[in-house]
Design a protein around this ligand. Structure first.
Ligand code: SME
Length: 154
């Protein structure tokens, strides 16, 4: 079960030991994916201008390494400034398929809680329909808020 507290504690330890932001973003993906077997694909996209750029991921290879804001579930989340929990990706018009097996997707923005600036997002896919619960959303939001602290908002 994903427990944000434990993921954050581990990331805090790594940061204390001098880990770079790049390393911490990779570590976060690994720890999140390891928490739940039905998190079949877990990745982080970072926002560069008006494009989401895939930073790192675990799961099946994807061709969607760069996604324009406004496109797909990922780009829509940024355009609308909100997290998106999609129980059935096949019901979404502009869905960008990473794999035919994917059934559900959850996008949680990495956004500075104070300024509202969006730095990127956690993106999760599952082969199980309606895989993501409100608890998943809540726990991932806590991790995403911690990750937002790794970015300068200047
Ligand atoms: N399905 C996403 C694209 C990214 S992949 O799931 C890894 C979308 O519709 O934006």
């Amino acid at each position: 079960m994903l427990e944000a507290e434990r993921v954050i504690e581990a990331l805090e330890r790594e940061r204390g030991a001098g880990a770079t932001r790049d390393r911490l973003l990779r570590e976060a993906v690994q720890r999140i994916q390891a928490a739940e077997p039905h998190y079949h694909w877990v990745g982080i996209y970072l926002l560069e201008g008006d494009t989401l750029v895939l930073h790192n991921y675990i799961g099946r290879e994807t061709e969607h390494t760069r996604i324009p804001v406004g496109t797909g579930v990922c780009g829509t989340a940024v355009a609308e400034g909100r997290d998106l929990n999609v129980p059935d990706v096949h019901a979404v018009d502009n869905y960008l398929a990473c794999s035919l097996e994917t059934a559900a997707e959850l996008v949680v923005l990495i956004r500075d809680p104070a300024s509202g600036v969006i730095h990127g997002q956690l993106d999760l896919d599952s082969d199980r329909r309606a895989a993501f619960t409100e608890r998943d959303e809540r726990e991932l939001k806590r991790v995403a808020d911690w990750l937002a602290g790794l970015f300068d908002t200047e």
